[in-house]
Design a protein around this ligand. Structure first.
Ligand code: NCD
Ligand code: ZN
Length: 358
């Protein structure tokens, strides 16, 4: 097999930033073979108003007119049920992203997930409007408490997910960028009654980079540092099983998160985030091919995400189909211009599969 049709592809977790970085990165979603992208709201300041989200979407569309952008709000006390109702009725957002305070890049305005009850009216409004709640699933560490760390923060978050799903069984919830065996098992558990044809309400997205990284790869290399961090080989194995399983509650969210190279080489602390668009589909293809599961790739990068988000594919910005073509290329060492340099994931590596629009 040297060509595979992936159809209308979807990356349901993308950071495109603003300003000069946005200008550089927004077009690479299309260049990377993605039709539909769900955009993260963790700008500075975070996106919490209809005017701002509409303006941001317009800026992105100007830079990449053929990409369909799905937009999100940043969960914060400024969000009210009325605002959610209005944003949903205008089609301004498809979901709300929840960042526990302090766990990752631009999460300073995040929330305390140990007590979500004050957001319950917002979640009720989201449930009613069929919006998605996107969870960054890491439990924040408390001051002077060393029991929570970057390796166990995700497993420790899972009971919070379980409770939310049980309190809002009809709210669509995603555990974003699953990185651990326990996360995969929790998503399986919450879908244990699933039968083909059922609607999925709780899902996990999985990135491309977590299918090839483990702890050793980021401990010595800030380019591979992201949150949640890549865990152990056994966790990676579970993630690869999940993405190739053909189960509709696991689908693609790259968490492509560009940082200027200076942010990756600071003595004051390294920025979390790995830039994987525009080669994310090529990274995935390597993993699926190795497992002899290339026939499952379309479900993971197209069908399941579109289904979960109820994307109406007759209303996209364009109807081109993404094809995967077996043709070697080298990931560039850097992408950028005079002002910004970003080092892509697997910089310099030779990959086997490229994408084409047809
Ligand atoms: C993301 C970023 O840089 O915005 N970083 C990351 O490590 N994944 C934020 C996030 O999604 O956690
Ligand atoms: Zn992210």
């Amino acid at each position: 097999m040297s060509e595979i049709e992936l159809g209308i592809t979807a990356d349901m977790h993308v950071h495109l930033r603003d300003g000069k970085m946005m200008e550089l990165i927004a077009p690479t979603v299309r260049e990377g073979g993605i039709s539909v992208a769900y955009i993260m709201p963790n700008l500075v300041p975070p996106i919490t108003t209809i005017d701002r989200v509409v303006e941001y979407k317009q800026q992105l569309e100007n830079l990449s007119p053929k990409t369909t952008f799905l937009m999100s709000f940043y969960l914060s006390p400024e969000l009210t049920p009325e605002l959610i109702n209005e944003a949903a009725s205008k089609g301004a957002i498809q979901g709300v992203k929840c960042y526990p305070a302090g766990v990752t890049t631009n999460s300073a305005h995040g929330v305390d997930p140990n007590d979500f009850t004050k957001f319950y009216p917002v979640f009720e409004a989201m449930e009613k409007n069929n919006l998605v709640l996107n969870l960054h699933g890491e439990k924040p560490a408390k001051k002077d408490d060393e029991e929570i760390n970057i390796l166990n923060a995700e497993p420790l978050f899972l009971p919070i997910l379980e409770k939310l799903h049980s309190d809002f069984p009809n709210l669509k919830i995603i555990l974003e960028h699953c990185t651990s065996k326990q996360a995969v098992e929790m998503i399986e558990k919450l879908n244990s009654g699933y039968k083909p044809g059922d609607k999925v309400n709780v899902a996990g997205t999985i990135t491309a980079h977590h299918l090839s990284l483990t702890i050793d790869n980021w401990a010595g290399n800030p380019i591979n540092y992201c949150k949640p961090v890549a865990k152990f080989p056994q966790d990676k194995k579970y993630l690869i099983e999940a993405v190739t399983s053909g189960k509709p509650y696991f689908f693609f969210g790259s968490d492509s998160a560009p940082h200027p190279i200076e942010g990756k080489a600071r003595h004051t602390g390294v920025c979390a985030g790995i830039y994987t668009q525009k080669y994310a589909i090529s990274y995935l293809a390597e993993v699926f091919e190795k497992k002899d599961k290339l026939d499952q790739l379309k479900k993971f990068v197209s069908d399941f995400g579109l289904e979960f988000y109820d994307v109406d594919t007759s209303k996209l910005k364009n109807s081109d189909k993404c094809w995967l073509v077996k043709r070697k290329f080298n990931v560039p060492e850097i992408i950028g211009n005079k002002e910004i340099t970003v080092v892509p994931f697997k910089a310099g590596d030779e990959l086997d599969w490229q994408i084409e629009w047809r």
